[in-house]
Structure formats: structure tokens, C-alpha cells
Design a protein around this ligand. Structure first.
Ligand code: ATP
Ligand code: MG
Length: 361
């Protein structure tokens, strides 16, 4: 392996609640790769979220941030929980996520929505509409209306007025477009850019810049769609999409809608990348305080996040394929954690599910 000599450090931030339980299984998968190949991944564990707040009085200690900054990739479990709800706003566990995103410029949020055939009955759509579904939403994460200014609530002539600003610079659009085209190159090479260019100037610029960038990726087929139509198409015929590229707000909405097509939140991984391909990888779900500490959480979203890490930070596509195939076989073998089990099925525990993936690997 030509990468043998290069250091490959993974900062592991388990966080709170089931974050610790699911991350432990994902780390076992990384260790298995180390044992079976000369992959040479090195995991460095550091606290984050409420756990870090309890230890160091802040959800994102300096040591955690610098470890994350120095690492090639970050694996994050989940943060938050009722225990810290009364903490001061700026010290809440969730603040650590915003801190990591902005400190590391993680502007590109990749959210796949994959329906495993074995879970077809968990989808909200008919099997023929969703079977084989495999789409990827690339959402801009550090700009747009969530960050633009001016913003606020003011009183004008005795009437209150709320306002926000949707803005994107050419360079912000360029870098997220490159990220999406690169993702498309790793997949089916079809990219649909979603905007509202018939109404919004910011979308007009978005469309123009994305079109210009597309000339650098001649193998990728680019199309454009208005966001209202994209919502409709997503629930009408989601399989028409490969990669969807969109803004912060549109991506927020579209990716939640897409996640429901796939059944359980316990299956969905995500990546947040910066310009160097460094990424933070985490399950879409949260710390699930209601089931924390019981050893019953589904670790597959986090294990699939490791597969994304291998694909997008380490370009170890073959290893990523192996993990995804192992997950698929485990499901095909009928293993179900509690979130996936149907009536009459006996669920397996978090570590039993993790072990089953290791065995398939
Ligand atoms: P957050 O604000 O961090 O998103 P939340 O409470 O809104 O937290 P989750 O923590 O994702 O959302 O939990 C939502 C529901 O899904 C809970 O009932 C939880 O038990 C369940 N859930 C979430 N993740 C998993 C998982 N990996 N395995 C099983 N059930 C899960
Ligand atoms: Mg939530």
C-alpha cells in the first residue's frame, strides 16, 4: 500500500449518550482494518460535548479542538442530553458542533440517503418507488441565509419586522460546487443543482457559477431544478437523483425529507468536509438520551460514517465498499437492532450488531 508511510490520524470524539456506544463499534471496525491490512490508522480519543463540559468546564476544550485540527479526519458520536439543558447557552454541548464546523471550515455537508433492500418496508414510500434508492445530498453548511446579514427583528412604525439575508459569494459557490462534482465523480456522475433562480438573484448567481464549474468535470452530467419542484420529485420519483447540490437552507429541508425515505435514522451517516478534504464524520442521529446506556442503539450509522471517511478523506474506496457490503450482508442475515426490528423479531444489542459487521468484514 503506497499510503503506508503517511500518517493517518483519526480524532475520535465519542461525545454523549449513545454517542459513546456507537462510536466504540465504529472504532472496532477501524481496528479491524488496521489488523487486516497495512492501513495504519491511528485513533486519538478526546472528549466533546457534555462529557467535556463535565471534565473541563467547556464542551469544546482547547485540547480537543487542536487534536481535531491536527488529525486527518474526525469521527464524532453525538452530543447533548437532558443533563446539560441548564448549562449556560454558550456552554451547551451542541455548541461544540458549531465550533468544530466553523473552526475547521467544514462547509460541505454530505448526506447520503440509501435504502437497503432489506429495510424496504420501513420507508414511507412504496417499494417500487424507493427500492435501490441511493442518493447523496451535498449541502452548503457555513453560508447562505443562516449566516447572512443584515438580520434581526426591529420595530418600524409600531410594527415588528423580522428579516434575514440570503447571500453567497462566488468563491463560496465555487468551493461547494467542486465538492459536489467530486462526490459525483465517485458515484454515478450525475449532479442536480437545486436553487430558486426564477425568483432569487442569489440563486441566479449560484446557477451561473455551478454551470461554469461544470466545464472542469466533463464526465458529470449537470442539471438544474427549482427547489419546489425538487421537493416534489424527491417524494414522487427519488431514484432519478444521484447527487443533489444545494444551499444551506434548501439542503437542510431536502435532506430531512430524503432521510425519511430510508426508514430508520439509525442507518444514516454524514460527512462535513473542508477544502482540503479533511472531514468530520458522524451519524445523522443525536445522543438519544431515551435509550442511552442500555446497549441497544444501532451502531450502523456510525459504522457507515467510517465508510464515508475512507471514501472522502482517505480515498480508500475499496475499504469503504467492503464496509458497506458487510452492513448489507448483516441486514440480509436478518440482524436487527431495536429500531429496525419488526414485531416478533428479537433485536440484537449494539455490540452484537458491531460484532456481526466485524465478522462479515
Ligand atoms: P438531537 O437534538 O441530538 O438530534 P433528538 O432527541 O432530536 O436529538 P435523536 O437523538 O436522534 O434525536 O433521537 C431521536 C429518536 O430516534 C429517539 O427516540 C432515539 O431513541 C432514536 N434513535 C436515534 N438514534 C438511534 C440509534 N442509533 N439507534 C436506535 N435508535 C435511535
Ligand atoms: Mg434531532
Amino acid at each position: 500500500n503506497e499510503n503506508f508511510m503517511s500518517k493517518r490520524i483519526i480524532a475520535v470524539l465519542p461525545g454523549d449518550g449513545i454517542g459513546e456506544e456507537v462510536t466504540a463499534e465504529a472504532v472496532r471496525v477501524i481496528e479491524k482494518l488496521n489488523a487486516a491490512t497495512d492501513a495504519g490508522f491511528e485513533c486519538v480519543h478526546v472528549p466533546v460535548g457534555g462529557t467535556a463540559y463535565d471534565l473541563h468546564g467547556t464542551p469544546l476544550p482547547e485540547d480537543t479542538l487542536s487534536t481535531a485540527r491536527d488529525a486527518n479526519a474526525i469521527l464524532l458520536g453525538a452530543v447533548g442530553g437532558p443533563k446539560w439543558e441548564s448549562a449556560p447557552r454558550e456552554l451547551r454541548p451542541e455548541r461544540a458542533l458549531l465550533g468544530l464546523r466553523s473552526e475547521l471550515s467544514l462547509f460541505s455537508n454530505l448526506r447520503p440517503a440509501i435504502l437497503y433492500p432489506e429495510l424496504a418496508d420501513a420507508s414511507t414510500l412504496k417499494p417500487e418507488v424507493v427500492s435501490g434508492l441511493d442518493i447523496m445530498i451535498v449541502r452548503e453548511l457555513t453560508g447562505g441565509i443562516y449566516f447572512g446579514g443584515p438580520r434581526g427583528i426591529e420595530t418600524v412604525d409600531g410594527q415588528r419586522r423580522g428579516f434575514n439575508t440570503m447571500e453567497y459569494t462566488e468563491s463560496e459557490i465555487k468551493r461547494i460546487a467542486h465538492s459536489a462534482f467530486r462526490a459525483a465523480m465517485q458515484r454515478d456522475k450525475r449532479l442536480c443543482s437545486v436553487d430558486k433562480a426564477n425568483v432569487l438573484e442569489v440563486s441566479e448567481l449560484w446557477r451561473e457559477v455551478v454551470t461554469k464549474i461544470s466545464s472542469e468535470y466533463p464526465q458529470v452530467e449537470l442539471s438544474h431544478m427549482y427547489v419546489d419542484n425538487a421537493c416534489m420529485q424527491l417524494v414522487r420519483a427519488p431514484k432519478q437523483f444521484d447527487v443533489i447540490l444545494t444551499t444551506n437552507m434548501f439542503g437542510d429541508i431536502l435532506s430531512d425529507a430524503a432521510s425519511m425515505l430510508t426508514g430508520s435514522i439509525g442507518m444514516l451517516p454524514s460527512a462535513s468536509l473542508n477544502a482540503d478534504g479533511k472531514g468530520m464524520y458522524e451519524p445523522v442521529h443525536g445522543s438519544a438520551p431515551d435509550i442511552a446506556g442500555q446497549g441497544i442503539a444501532n451502531p450502523l450509522a456510525t459504522i457507515l460514517s467510517v465508510a464515508m471517511m475512507l471514501r472522502y478523506t482517505f480515498t480508500e474506496n475499496a475499504m469503504a465498499d467492503k464496509i458497506e457490503a458487510a452492513v448489507q450482508r448483516v441486514l440480509a442475515n436478518g440482524l436487527r437492532t431495536a429500531d429496525l426490528a419488526r414485531e416478533g423479531e428479537t433485536p440484537v444489542t449494539t455490540s452484537e450488531m458491531g460484532q456481526a459487521v466485524l465478522d462479515e468484514l
